[in-house]
Ligand binder design. Structure first.
Ligand SMILES: Nc1ccnc(=O)[nH]1
Length: 490
């Protein structure tokens, strides 16, 4: 029997028994994701015009805010086990999903390349110290392959690496903080009071906003496609309370992430204050040497690695596998992400990272707004999941495209582009507002949606009514918790 293009095996809903990420594991994944050289850049850029306490305050506000949005969207993965590109078939259509999701896939691949490049320079530094070997491009290729293999081995393998790397990373970063603040003091600069070109009044306010929205834009990527990860988080069955059901994700998003993010921003700032360069690889090379430097550089390698697998390769590979159809499994998506991330020549991108972050944050924030409106406001968390996998089902709309989603996305992205200082919020509000009105009063009047017409819990909810969505080649079955696990239905 010919398989539907929409039924890639790696994109089917994740069942309860296959959800393997624990609360603690997810928090470790966040520590692993947050510690990455690009995070330091926000701190370093911040202390150019603001003193460190203000940069910290702005970071806490920004990362808590984005953690809140991440948590909202993560419920799609937790409730239904759906990944980002598959859920996006609802607000954008079974074909339309590809345009916004490839946008995100490209951003993720670029990040992969940037992070791999900096990891490769650190690895090169280590090999130079130990063996006198010096060729960063060879290091780039080797490092890329290690990370891709780690990702292709699946989400549990990523978590295991984070469990190992996160504690090491944290310990070394404390050490890094101490040694860099020593360097700053020696240079006669007070870590807690210094700013390179301090500003005041409205310029200070707008610098404060830039730090808030850089932090939000930074993780805006994950607030869109967190379902691709959260679908693997263990969650309680039959739990109607949103907070209790999402506990595994909330602790990571609202505690582990903001705390680590703030700490890393401090390190980036301190390294800028110490050596006037927010690339800690450079800062470290000025502040240490020999075997100590090699250990510090090892931390950079681990940090880049644990960010890349979870935050970049998983999302990109999930998306590419969705584009490629059932013959294009997750691992093929992983390889694609690696190739794309290399050919964009990421070593040229780091200098323009803050403007890119704000820009991409804006584009993605409209998508987050649309997801929020579609999932919570319009469908009220009920989803006719089997139809997401049907070529001619209710999400086909007009030739596979939901125009309400596209119009809202374009207007939201444009709006956020014109107010870059408030990028994420404007994109979110405009995207959500326009989508809500268009979808409710126009599109879904034309294209009827079963879960909106009949918002039945038993039919359209997932884990909170004990359901595992099971998509079968032959049709549309779903299995309830009442059926014992050991009965093989198919
Ligand atoms: N999605 C991402 C955001 C920030 N940094 C990354 O490496 N990836």
């Amino acid at each position: 029997m010919k398989k539907s293009y929409l039924k890639s095996p790696d994109l089917l809903p994740i069942r309860q028994k296959d959800r393997k990420i624990t609360k603690l594991g997810y928090s470790f994944m966040w520590v692993g994701m947050v510690v990455v050289l690009a995070t330091f850049a926000i701190g370093g850029a911040g202390v150019i015009s603001l003193s460190l306490p203000w940069v910290i305050l702005a970071t806490m506000i920004g990362s808590l805010a984005i953690g809140f949005f991440i948590s909202l969207i993560a419920d799609i993965g937790i409730e239904h086990g759906l990944s980002f590109p598959v859920y996006m078939r609802a607000p954008f259509g079974t074909i339309g999903t590809h345009i916004p999701s490839i946008t995100r896939g490209l951003a993720a691949s670029m990040w992969f390349g940037i992070n791999t490049y900096f990891g490769a320079t650190a690895m090169n530094g280590i090999l130079t110290i130990l063996f006198g070997f010096d060729n960063w491009f060879v290091c780039f290729l080797i490092f890329a392959i290690f990370q891709l293999v780690n990702t292709a081995m699946g989400i549990k393998s990523i978590e295991r690496f984070a469990d190992l790397a996160a504690p090491i990373i944290l310990l070394i970063s404390i050490w890094m903080y101490i040694s860099l603040s020593g360097t700053a003091t020696t240079a006669g600069r007070d870590v807690w009071g210094w700013a390179e070109k301090p500003v005041s009044g409205s310029a200070a306010f707008s610098a404060f906003l830039v730090v808030i929205f850089s932090n939000m834009g930074f993780w805006a990527t994950l607030s869109a496609d967190i379902p691709s990860i959260s679908r693997f988080i263990k969650a309680p069955v039959n739990e109607k309370n949103w907070f209790k059901r999402n506990k595994g994700s909330l602790i990571g998003n609202l505690i582990a992430m903001p705390l680590t993010q703030t700490f890393m921003i401090i390190i980036g700032a301190v390294s800028y204050i110490a050596v006037l360069n927010y690339d800690p690889v450079v800062a470290l090379q000025k502040a240490a040497s020999g075997i100590i430097l090699a250990i510090l550089l090892l931390m950079v390698v681990l940090a880049q690695w644990s960010t890349n697998t979870a935050a970049n390769v998983v999302p990109a590979a999930t998306i590419f596998s969705n584009v490629g159809g059932p013959r294009f499994p997750f691992w093929a998506g992983v390889i694609t992400a690696g190739i794309v991330g290399t050919i964009v020549q990421p070593w040229t991108l780091f200098g323009v990272i803050i403007p890119i972050l704000l820009f991409v944050g804006g584009i993605l924030s409209a998508i987050v707004g649309i997801l929020f409106a579609d999932y919570y406001l319009i469908r009220k968390r009920r989803v006719n999941v089997p139809e997401l996998y049907e070529d001619h089902g209710q999400y086909k709309y007009l030739g596979g495209v939901n125009l309400a989603g596209f119009i809202a996305w374009i207007l939201g992205a444009v709006a956020s582009y014109f107010v870059p200082n408030y990028g994420f919020l404007v994109g979110f509000v405009v995207g959500a507002g326009i989508y809500y009105v268009l979808a409710k009063y126009w599109w879904f009047k034309k294209y009827r949606q079963a879960e909106i017409e009949d918002p039945n819990d038993e039919k359209y909810l997932g884990i909170s009514v004990g359901r595992d969505w099971v998509i079968d080649d032959k049709g549309l079955e779903s299995v309830f918790e009442e059926i014992p696990n050991n009965v093989d239905l198919y």
